[in-house]
Design a binder for this molecule. Structure first.
Ligand code: S3P
Length: 179
């Protein structure tokens, strides 16, 4: 498929489906799928919850910042970012300059349904994870909404979401070429 974007970057809250949709998109576009959290886990040999519990969130954010910059040495990538990555304004600008940034968005209810039994999201370790989720979402949404495109995922299968993004890229970038 022809489109003008060298890279597609998925941003959005935890549980919104960036990894699942990203893999489908990469397959369809013939791009390489990269998951920023997975890169960090492979490079450190530690899981994300282990990094948080041993070294804290600040250290994780440092690793995340470095990983995001290294990933774009190549192009033709679909990148799934961690939900907090774009809260660093420098990361957000970097991503916006290096590809088409698509935010996946879902209602608070959908997200909670998907996240309530998850044990591997240290940002939600709290006395009241539902409230923590709500507060984070409120803080982060305005940033997600600054993406090039925003796609709602409520009630849609990952394939439907991927189809929607592909259609959008064809309309927006159909006359261009993958560099
Ligand atoms: C985080 C989201 C996680 C992971 C880390 C921090 C966040 O990624 O990067 O646990 O701050 O929202 P997912 O969005 O893939 O769950």
């Amino acid at each position: 498929m022809r489109n003008k974007y060298n890279n597609i970057i998925l941003i959005g809250f935890m549980g919104v489906g960036k990894t699942t949709v990203g893999k489908l998109l990469a397959q369809r576009l013939g791009y390489r799928f990269v998951d920023a959290d997975q890169v960090i886990e492979e490079e450190t040999g530690l899981s994300i919850p282990e990094i948080f519990s041993r070294y804290g969130e600040g250290y994780f954010r440092q690793l995340e910042r470095q990983a995001i910059r290294r990933i774009f040495i190549h192009s033709g990538i679909v990148l799934a970012t961690g939900g907090g990555a774009v809260m660093d304004p420098a990361n957000f600008s970097f991503l916006m300059e290096n590809g088409c940034v698509v935010a996946l968005d879902a209602s608070e209810e959908t997200l909670w349904e998907r996240l309530k039994s998850c044990k591997d999201r240290p940002m939600l370790y709290s006395e009241n994870p539902r409230e923590k989720m709500r507060a984070l979402l409120e803080m982060r949404r305005p940033v997600y909404y600054k993406a090039h495109f925003v796609v709602r995922v409520d009630g849609k299968s990952p394939k439907e979401v991927a189809d929607e993004i592909i259609a959008m890229l064809e309309v927006e970038g159909g006359d261009g070429d993958k560099k």
